[in-house]
Design a protein around this ligand. Sequence first.
Ligand code: ATP
Ligand code: MG
Length: 477
Amino acid sequence: MPVVRDVPAYPVPGYGLRVLGALEDAGFEAWVVGGWVRDALLDVPMHDVDVTTSAPWQETEHILAAAGMEVHETGTAHGTVTAVVEGLPVEVTTYRVESAYSDRRHPDEVRFVHDVREDLARRDFTVNAMAYHPERGLLDLFGGREDLACGVVRAVGDPYRRFDEDALRVLRAVRFACRLGFDVEPRTQAALVACAPELEGIARERVGQEMDGVVSSGRVSWALRHEFDVVARAVPALMPMRGLNQHSSYHAYDLLEHTARVCAGVEAFAGGVPTQALRWAALLHDAGKPMCVSIDENGHGHFRGHQRVGADICRDVLLGLALPHEVANRATALVRYHDRHLSATSAGVRRLLRRLDRACPGEAPSLAFQLLDLQRGDALGKTRACAQRAVELDTFEAALAAELARGMTFRVRDLAVGGGDVMRALGIGPGPEVGHALTTLLDDVVHDRVENDRDALLAWLVAHPCDTSALHPSNPA
Ligand code: ATP
Ligand code: MG
């Protein structure tokens, strides 16, 4: 059970006090609210300060600017401005309540109110619905402190009504449960399951932000096991994993439990700090399997091509959720190669780096280490016999580290010759042939056919003129 303080474990930071002080000196009421209060009672690292106030947002803007703060109109339709104090942002929102979210993005109507208690009542979960003021103390109307102490996420008010108003709260409940390591209170849980289908109507970028929070919590394996109805509505590509028997002597679990184990495995192998791309890749590494399954005459399951199909699914899912392109590219490359046999030779290392560099230029070394953690996690999620592979990958890691330390060749710019050398050696001018010759040379070096030495490369180039016919498709008459 979490240890919960009666009062915040640390004082409201000076930049937050300046905002409270300016609003109260002008005759309004103001409180610190939401995540800062929750995290300070749990004594976990300090959260940004959000403030709620009786001042209308125009007054807030005026008062804070007059007190010398930089103020931005970040969400005035909802009564929010952001003050930047000592370089740190403080979101200040006018007390408000809201009606239904019929466009699934924004509440139809925001009504400003005078009483902080109404503002707290519109918040999603009891642990997020507490306010704190350094002199007036903790304002906890819904038992948030006790729920923190018992480790439960509970909706404020009737959970069915609250999820019906805004179905995104269904996924937020799972995000907070994952992040805090809490359970969901039983009535809230029943409402989650009943309302989860509504998530499909929610704007994808809102879903993406919360789902990314679930994945980044490091406990998505918990969510897969305990809140699958919710996460599979957020990411429908997960849906066919439940109950998918892999019909394989390498697999002791169905695809869903396997995926949960791989997600937990990468957390362990990456020391609790996998990258965002690695976490998403673990979740989606086998997403192509349901579409690629075939059972042979001996009853064994095969999933030919699932790496490629899974990579496409991964890209579509991440971009569909409006996650950054770089994250989608990295995760896609990891899924694409998650099953690749890695041979711990110099050429094996270079081949892998070359492939990863093509997928994500400039990121191959870092992706290679992430791929190792994904493969280790994958090995742990199969059978006991396969788990041994997780250890065997140490040999590849050692080869990778040694090759990187040697300053190995896996990009065109690592070659000991450049475009000018190629033009002189072949007697050609600038054009696509030069690039083609360089990439062909690189492949020859990567595959150990020639050494990355200037004289050797130039001699090789002349002795093995590459086929450039593909660069000059003949015109059909
Ligand atoms: P985090 O550290 O994850 O940002 P947080 O508590 O600050 O935690 P936010 O999503 O930033 O969470 O929201 C700030 C506060 O606004 C919440 O604590 C909650 O009180 C309220 N809130 C946010 N979104 C909703 C929502 N969809 N419905 C009801 N209340 C919400
Ligand atoms: Mg926040």
